[in-house]
Design a protein around this ligand. Structure first.
Ligand code: SF4
Length: 329
């Protein structure tokens, strides 16, 4: 029988409930993410991320297109949260991340979120719970977990984030999250501001990833090839080196470890507003792809995955279609 997830001990000691109370209190003058916009989300105000008191759940599905150690044979149980604290002009999920009016229709209580978690475990039979863009809803997610555990919820938890997280919020997830799956999007704050409308992304993301690494360390895989615990950093190659790939990968190798698991993504496809921005209006080419693979080799980073060039179409979701956003009949 598999080991119990670490959050069970936190539940039984009362620590999980203490953290839920502490996080709830922070929603009154919200500082859950580095924007620290101060919205009183308990009293009906909406933050800069467009999130309020209730949690917007845009889609729930067994995701078979994540990294092999997450999707396994039964899929990774993805909960796609609506709204976002970034404004990426090329966002692949823009239908749910940047449509606040549409997401109001997807808002649910924490009890219903707990039911979705249990559905992923009991009905879909997934290997793990994959929280996609969870940053702005950490208090609600933690409360839902508090409700789901006594109903038998036991899946490992994956925190799948843009990395614009507040380290003090991540500290409340210590012992709760088993696998951290952050992006490392940029190595230039100027480009981050132009493309994602965010200040100090580089320092914020790097501090957050350091905190994640402190909590879970290098990726551990079980005998079935499934991720059990650890850090996986995703890096999406952008055209014209807008992602600053070499600098970000060097930072990982030098400031964390060359042993860190990295997932190099070549699936970029111009969506949302990207077609109006010439440097972003095309997929990456094979020379750009080869260059990043070479950097990974030179840095001695041997753990992880690299998408093949030309894999864009496979990864494009449609959240407006009926059913599974990635699997169209
Ligand atoms: S999570 Fe949303 S409401 Fe809270 S500080 Fe960040 S942007 Fe503001």
């Amino acid at each position: 029988m598999a080991d119990l997830p670490r959050y069970i001990e936190l539940f039984e000691s009362g620590e999980l409930e203490r953290r839920v109370m502490a996080l709830d209190a922070r929603l009154e003058c919200c500082n859950i993410c580095p924007r620290r916009c101060g919205a009183n989300r308990v009293d009906g105000e909406i933050g800069l991320c467009n999130a309020g008191k209730l949690v917007a759940v845009a889609s729930v599905c067994a995701h078979r297109g994540e990294e092999p150690a997450l999707s396994g044979t039964r899929g990774s149980g993805a909960i796609f949260f609506g709204n976002c604290n970034l404004r990426c002009v090329y966002c692949q999920n823009f239908q749910i991340s940047q449509d606040p009016a549409g997401q109001r229709h997807h808002e649910i209580t924490t009890s219903r979120l707990a039911n979705r978690m249990l559905h992923i475990q009991n009905d879909l039979g997934c290997h793990n719970l994959n929280l996609v863009s969870p940053t702005h809803y950490v208090p609600q997610i933690m409360r839902a977990l508090l409700e789901a555990v006594p109903q038998g919820f036991r899946l490992p938890i994956v925190y799948n984030t843009n990395a614009y997280d507040e380290p003090s919020t991540l500290q409340e997830l210590d012992g709760v999250v088993d696998i951290y799956l952050p992006d490392l999007k940029y190595s230039s704050n100027t480009i981050a501001m132009q493309l994602s409308d965010v200040a100090h992304y580089v320092q914020s993301a790097r501090s957050s990833i350091k905190e994640m690494y402190r909590q879970v360390g290098n990726l551990q895989i079980d005998e079935e090839g499934l991720a059990v615990k650890g850090l996986i950093i995703r890096h999406l190659i952008l055209p014209n080196d807008l992602a600053g790939s070499e600098d970000s990968l060097k930072w990982i190798a030098q400031e964390l470890s060359p042993q860190v698991t990295v997932s190099i993504m070549s699936q970029y496809f111009p969506r949302h507003k990207a077609m109006q921005m010439p440097p972003l209006a095309r997929s990456i080419n094979s020379a750009e792809h080869r260059r990043v693979i070479n950097i990974v080799d030179v840095l001695g980073m041997e753990n992880g995955w690299m998408q093949d060039a030309g894999s864009q179409e496979y990864y494009l979701p449609d959240f407006n279609a009926e059913g599974h956003p990635f699997e169209r009949s």
